[in-house]
Design a protein around this ligand. Structure first.
Ligand SMILES: C[S@@+](CC[C@H](N)C(=O)[O-])C[C@H]1O[C@@H](n2cnc3c(N)ncnc32)[C@H](O)[C@@H]1O
Length: 243
């Protein structure tokens, strides 16, 4: 049985999804407030940038994978209008329920699907744009997930991967201090769960950096991939075109 990373731990591949589920079951109810606290609100700017780069048009069909509490899906739905469609998906029921409730609170009724990004229940060529924000890092087989994202896009369609990445060298030390000392402390104070936020910091360190992720996307069949570094590489937006 193959092994993989769960943060800095090595676990059996078939067990990783259970560990990841435990993290998001634990944080779902405080997920949004923690996002604002941990990123000092920056995640809103990163997502707004992603929505701008998506350049959606009225009538577009969009799939948001690992969409969680629905920030991107909500913004996308405003862009595609009533002729378009945005599907919110996630593997975790607690996160997806919060996402659906927040959409309903905002007056938006979108199709939602509980599904694994590594095995998507959609026909090939169904979407103009696919997005995955801060979700790919948690997937066991990133190559399979990227191949699935490529499959469900129409030719010429775009994949947007917003994810933590490798920070610029001068910021590495303060960023490590913040990640390993401050984040778990905030997690403990706000959610009573330091471990899930320790996992967050560790999972970022074992995730492919900008160039490695670009190579993975090319291997998955994206003919052209652009990389946009945000906040000195704390986060990167990769945009892949299915050529
Ligand atoms: C950090 S949250 C991101 C949520 C949202 N996209 C955002 O940017 O706020 C990561 C999400 O990835 C989901 N996830 C983890 N593994 C997944 C998988 N294999 N397939 C689909 N979603 C997954 C988790 O359940 C969680 O909701």
């Amino acid at each position: 049985m193959s092994e993989t990373h769960f943060g800095f731990q090595t676990v059996k591949e078939r067990e990783k999804a259970r560990h990841v589920r435990g993290v998001f079951d634990s944080v779902a109810s405080r997920y949004d407030v923690m996002n604002d606290l941990m990123s000092l609100g920056l995640h809103r700017a990163w997502k707004a940038y992603t929505v701008a780069v998506a350049a959606l048009r009225e009538g577009d069909k969009v799939l948001d994978i690992a969409g969680g509490t629905g920030d991107l899906a909500r913004a996308f739905a405003r862009k595609v209008g009533s002729r378009g469609m945005v599907v919110l998906t996630d593997i975790n029921e607690a996160m997806l329920r919060r996402g659906r409730d927040r959409l309903l609170d905002a007056g938006q009724v979108l199709p939602t699907a509980l599904c694994d990004g590594e095995s998507l229940p959609f026909a090939s060529g169904s979407f103009d744009v696919v997005s995955v924000a801060f979700g790919l890092r948690n997937m066991t087989h990133k190559d399979r997930a990227l191949a699935e994202m490529q499959r469900v896009l129409r030719p010429g369609g775009r994949l947007l991967v917003l994810e933590f990445s490798k920070v610029a060298a001068p910021l590495a030390k303060p960023y490590d201090w913040y990640s390993f000392k401050v984040l778990p402390l905030i997690g403990k104070l706000v959610t009573g769960d330091a471990d899930s936020y320790r996992y967050l910091a560790e999972s970022i360190r074992v995730h492919p950096d900008q160039q490695a992720l670009k190579a993975l996307m090319k291997d998955a069949g994206f003919g052209h991939v652009d990389v946009h570094n945000l906040s000195a590489g704390v986060v990167a937006l990769h945009v892949g075109i299915k050529c």
